[in-house]
Design a protein around this ligand. Structure first.
Ligand code: VGL
Ligand code: ZN
Length: 243
């Protein structure tokens, strides 16, 4: 279990809270009620907020654009922000168009397990793969890409679907001393939940900010993802939980 302890998140106290010098544990607890203040070990992980996943995009997530202002506001509260891009080769193995007779949302068995087949989306270098124009996070420190191996998908921004190939993000976070992951973005039931669960498996403290995410929801997959995340000790937050 690696639940985020709100007391640990209080790197800074709420503005106007009037912390008395030497206030100690009781004061910290009292101020915790004001909300979470991300500290220098916290990072906002903004997952796949890209044109292809927005309304009108090739793999549009319902209401996906609604999270952009929420994420922009959240990002202002974080010193550390990392963003991700789904970044596929043309003819990627996860595309239905790469498999004769298959349609989007069919599944196939691949050497690494069951693969959902998707419409062509987020092809590297295309406009569809660009980050959403409305994102306003100039202080984001890293943009990490994933899904660029033609024969392996990667919902997770830590570990590809073969469960062996690493993206390098765990090492980056470790080198920078970033231990608390606050995940948001698209889609709740795929790239967000897979990333969150892999981060928890890597020993990081993980929370997912629900109203800063939207899901694709295939046969109840959003609810199933929240259940799996809860089992992995991942905290479920709202953007209003932050100061
Ligand atoms: C995603 C399906 C396929 C995601 C990416 O970002 O959640 N979903 N590729
Ligand atoms: Zn993809």
């Amino acid at each position: 279990m690696s639940r985020i302890d709100r007391r640990q998140c209080l790197g800074v106290f709420a503005a106007g809270a009037g912390m008395v010098a030497g206030g100690g544990a009781l004061s910290r607890l009292a101020f915790a009620a004001d909300g979470i203040v991300p500290d220098e070990k916290s990072v906002l992980l903004v997952i796949d907020v890209q044109n292809c996943f927005l309304p009108g995009g090739s793999l549009a997530v319902n209401d996906g654009d609604a999270i952009i202002p929420v994420i922009n506001e959240l990002a202002k509260k974080f010193e550390n922000v990392v963003m991700t891009q789904d970044w596929h080769t043309p003819g990627h193995i996860s595309f239905a168009s790469s498999h004769k007779g298959k349609n989007p949302f069919d599944t196939i068995e691949l050497p690494y397990g069951t693969q959902v087949l998707w419409p062509d989306h987020c092809v590297m270098g295309t406009e569809s793969a660009e980050l959403a124009e409305g994102l306003d996070i100039p202080h984001a420190q890293l943009i990490i890409r994933k899904g660029y191996h033609s024969q392996v998908d990667s919902y997770s921004t830590f570990l590809e679907a073969d469960k062996a190939t690493r993206t390098g993000l765990t090492g980056y976070l470790a080198e920078r001393g970033l231990e608390r992951i606050y995940a948001c973005g698209l889609a709740t039931d795929f790239c967000v939940s897979w990333s969150a669960i892999d981060a928890a498996s890597a020993g990081l403290e993980v929370a997912v900010i629900e109203d800063a995410c939207r899901g694709i929801d295939i046969d109840g997959s959003v609810n199933a993802a929240w259940e799996q995340m809860a089992k992995a000790g991942i905290e479920r937050l709202q953007s209003t939980d932050f100061v």
